[in-house]
Design a protein. Structure first.
Length: 533
């Protein structure tokens, strides 16, 4: 079906993809794995003919069904995109049109390529929403992207990509924002579609466990080059290259509790891993408490219509202790992010009580948050230095901007960035670096309580290990308390002291991390652990 021959991509004189070769057959799935910046997404954009203006193909061929796509005019490529070749883009938060209802964005694709009426396209869209396990499909059809959770937006993107039954699906991190149960359903759906139509799938992911279960062949990329290409079984049981072996060793383990994660550099350079056992001597001092917390959303269907009420959180009773890491897990749409934002006063329509045990020395900067999408939460017109400095200046922590700037340099160093990064803009950084910037901004006021909303979900295993180790190190150094919101249970196993399991806005189970993984009590928790493998 697809053959990539000697593909080379450059930006100015910088080589981004170097002499890449691979083949995809009908009915097969090729997984492409590697660190952020290895050229995975650029390769997929080259196939779609959607490369950024500054990136050019200097050499090679992209042969799809015996035709070189690089020789086709733009009007022919437009007919292929969405109908014959479709793509699930990496960032649904920025890929969906914020001014259009989610359902309309999918019906638009169907009407454009299938030449059907709006009513028929809407019917097909609702069927797709059901297949990708979107709840309240009629409500979400008329919702804007900002009204959906990260995982729900990802499923809308998947429905859009599958709308016209394409021959080739390029899935760029399609399950990043999805919990294990929905992830399993989406993967099963893609596999069913593949069996039915014998379509090919290029599956770009940093989730090595997922790649091992879905792909026939796996391509490992590093710095634009193909490091290793083989059957998936061989890659995961008998990797040949040191880089591939290092990637496999970086993954957090769902079954084994570790004190510290090795990074790629540690493994490749045979560096000894210094481990830090977490010892928190606390008298169970309650830092945050919630009693009978309820939250609902209201949506007016039409101008004079009746308001629809959706209960997002129901009767939440929870305590968070000083110095602990409390993980909040559950399926997409379960209310995890809503609870985190409610604690920081970023939600309305709340009843019940939220109490903070705030020391007398803390006033305006007791708590902070690392948002789910670091790119979306950073102002693209501000340098990252100003973005980090702004909270200090707003709260008048230091009398002059020069002193604020000095503290920014110190916090950049603390999170593994350099002083020269101060004057750069968000788009000039990789995903892992942007996440470090978001963490730096959250830490700059030295808060006691930090909400981390999917802080590592979009990161490859190497950068994820660095960030998780960094969070543990900073907690040991400064005594931070974390509310760690995530769908990745292997990360929970590594970082959490206690775990809260949330489903449909209600608490299903609260337990220590060890107790939860070794002896889960609720059926829902058992189901999540089974899905996570």
């Amino acid at each position: 079906m697809l053959q990539i021959k000697n593909l080379t991509l450059k930006a100015n004189e910088t080589i981004l993809v170097d002499d890449l070769n691979f083949t995809l057959n009908y009915g097969e799935t090729l997984a492409i794995v590697g660190e952020s910046g290895s050229g995975k997404s650029l390769t997929s954009l080259a196939i779609m003919g959607l490369l950024p203006k500054q990136v050019h193909i200097t050499h090679g061929e992209i042969i799809f069904e015996s035709e070189n796509l690089l020789l086709k005019p733009e009007k022919d490529l437009r007919r292929l995109r969405g109908k014959v070749i479709s793509m699930i883009f990496q960032e649904p938060m920025t890929s969906l049109n914020p001014l259009m209802h989610c359902g309309l964005q999918v019906t638009e694709v169907i009407m454009l390529h299938e030449k059907v009426s709006y009513q028929e396209a809407k019917k097909l869209t609702l069927k797709l929403f059901e297949e990708v396990q979107l709840p309240r499909k009629e409500v979400l059809f008329e919702s804007y992207p900002y009204q959906l959770s990260g995982g729900q937006k990802q499923r809308v993107m998947i429905a859009m990509a599958m709308a016209c039954n394409p021959q080739l699906i390029i899935a760029d991190e399609p399950t990043t924002a999805l919990d294990a149960s929905v992830q399993r359903g989406i993967v099963a759906l893609l596999q069913q579609m593949q069996q039915r139509r014998q379509c090919g799938i290029i599956f770009i992911t940093h989730d090595l466990h997922l790649a091992s279960t879905i792909a026939h062949h796996t391509l490992v990329m590093q710095q634009g080059k193909a490091v290793e290409l083989n059957t998936t079984a061989e890659i995961f049981t008998h990797p040949q290259q040191k880089y591939t072996k290092a990637l496999l060793q970086c993954m957090p383990d769902l079954k084994v509790k570790k004190d510290w994660l090795p990074t790629l550099d540690d493994i490749i350079h045979d560096r000894k891993i210094e481990t830090y056992a977490k010892t928190v001597n606390r008298a169970e001092e309650v830092l945050v408490s919630m009693e009978a917390l309820n939250l609902h959303y209201e949506k007016q269907k039409f101008i004079f219509g009746k308001k629809e009420v959706f209960q997002a959180l129901s009767n939440i009773n929870l305590q968070i202790f000083k110095g602990e890491t409390l993980a909040l897990v559950g399926e997409s749409g379960s209310g995890k992010s809503t609870l985190g934002k409610a604690l920081l006063g970023l939600e309305k329509n709340i009843t019940g009580t939220i109490k903070f045990n705030i020391p007398s020395s803390k006033t305006h900067h007791f708590a902070s948050m690392v948002f789910q999408d670091p790119f979306g939460s950073l102002n693209p017109q501000h340098t990252i230095g100003n973005a980090i400095m702004e909270p200090m200046w707003v709260h008048r922590v230091y009398p002059t901007k020069m002193e604020c700037k000095k503290q920014v340099f110190a916090i950049l160093e603390k999170v593994g960035l350099l002083p020269e990064h101060f004057n750069r803009y968000p788009h000039e950084f990789s995903g892992g670096q942007r996440q470090r910037i978001a963490i730096a901004r959250a830490l700059v006021l030295n808060p006691q309580f930090i909400v981390l909303d999917e802080a590592v979900s979009a990161l490859d295993v190497s950068v994820q290990a660095q960030i998780l180790n960094l969070l543990k190190q900073l907690q040991l150094e400064f005594g931070f308390t974390y509310l760690f919101i995530t769908h990745d249970l292997s990360v929970v196993r590594f970082i959490a002291d206690r775990v809260v399991v949330l489903s449909k806005g209600e608490i299903q189970e609260i337990a220590t991390a060890d107790a939860l993984f070794l002896n889960p009590q609720s059926e829902y928790t058992k189901y999540l652990l089974e899905c996570a493998g």
